[in-house]
Design a protein around this ligand. Structure first.
Ligand SMILES: C[S@@+](CC[C@H](N)C(=O)[O-])C[C@H]1O[C@@H](n2cnc3c(N)ncnc32)[C@H](O)[C@@H]1O
Length: 227
């Protein structure tokens, strides 16, 4: 993919150079035409396009969801739709994905690409703060897969709303847990970095769950109920 000066940076792990990232992509299943068009469209937004998950991470989500076959999945932070597309494409026939975002503008791009992929029937998009959308779920609604990738100050609240609803074999995937390495940089103390550090500490001490922190993308933690 071209990356000219009018486009935003191509999302990739901060610790990978362009050559190694290219190698990874060359040895990972390629995005389809619709996903490629979404990458190109998002890149026209400029630097903000870096919010989109990387291609390898999209394929990783697709693999996870294909294996779990969730009846009900939730995404917190949809943006232009790359991660939701990866999740929705992997859902079983009866599977549903609830997408939570606050931006009509960015999610209108997502809607276009869901329609093109023929997965729009599987997705419900709610434009509202994700904390409200989660609170409004029926009390007995179980979540089989959740992807958290929205405002970093909300991570703890989203996690605490989702963990009690997690089904027996359910998984939560949480993005940006390495925050471009700032989590270990003692010089950095902005609010988002502090929130991510507190969130990571919280998960690692949470005895209700088992977790693993992966270095894919900007860091991705997977969480399941403890045995
Ligand atoms: C990092 S982007 C998500 C990227 C997306 N997962 C992808 O792969 O393209 C974060 C998104 O979270 C949304 N967001 C921010 N605060 C939110 C909130 N309180 N509730 C729901 N969504 C929120 C933003 O509008 C933005 O679209």
């Amino acid at each position: 993919m071209q990356n000219n000066s009018n486009e935003g940076p191509r999302p990739r792990s901060f610790f990978l150079d362009e050559e190694l990232f290219e190698y990874i992509l060359n040895h990972t299943s390629s995005p389809d035409k619709n996903q490629k068009s979404l990458i190109a469209k998002t890149s026209e937004l400029g630097r903000i396009s870096a919010m989109q998950i990387s291609q390898d991470q999209g394929m990783f989500l697709y693999m996870l969801v294909s294996a779990i076959r969730p009846d009900f999945a939730v995404e917190i932070g949809t943006f232009t739709g790359y991660s939701s597309l990866a999740i929705a494409k992997a859902l079983p026939d009866n599977g549903k994905l609830l997408c939570c975002d606050i931006s009509e503008e960015w999610t209108s791009i997502a809607r276009e690409h869901w329609n093109e992929a023929g997965v729009e029937e599987k997705i419900e998009l709610v434009i509202a703060p994700a904390s409200e959308t989660l609170t409004n779920l029926p009390s007995d609604k179980k979540i089989d897969f959740a992807f958290i990738d929205a405002d970093k100050s909300g991570y703890l609240e989203y996690y605490e709303a989702i963990v009690p609803r997690l089904s027996e074999h359910g998984l939560i995937a949480i993005d940006n847990v390495l925050w471009s390495g700032r989590v270990v940089d003692a010089e950095v103390s902005d609010n988002d970095t502090v929130c991510i550090r507190e969130f990571n500490d919280h998960v690692s001490k949470d005895r209700r769950v088992s977790s693993v922190m992966l270095s894919i993308g900007d860091g991705l933690t997977l969480v399941k109920r403890a045995d």
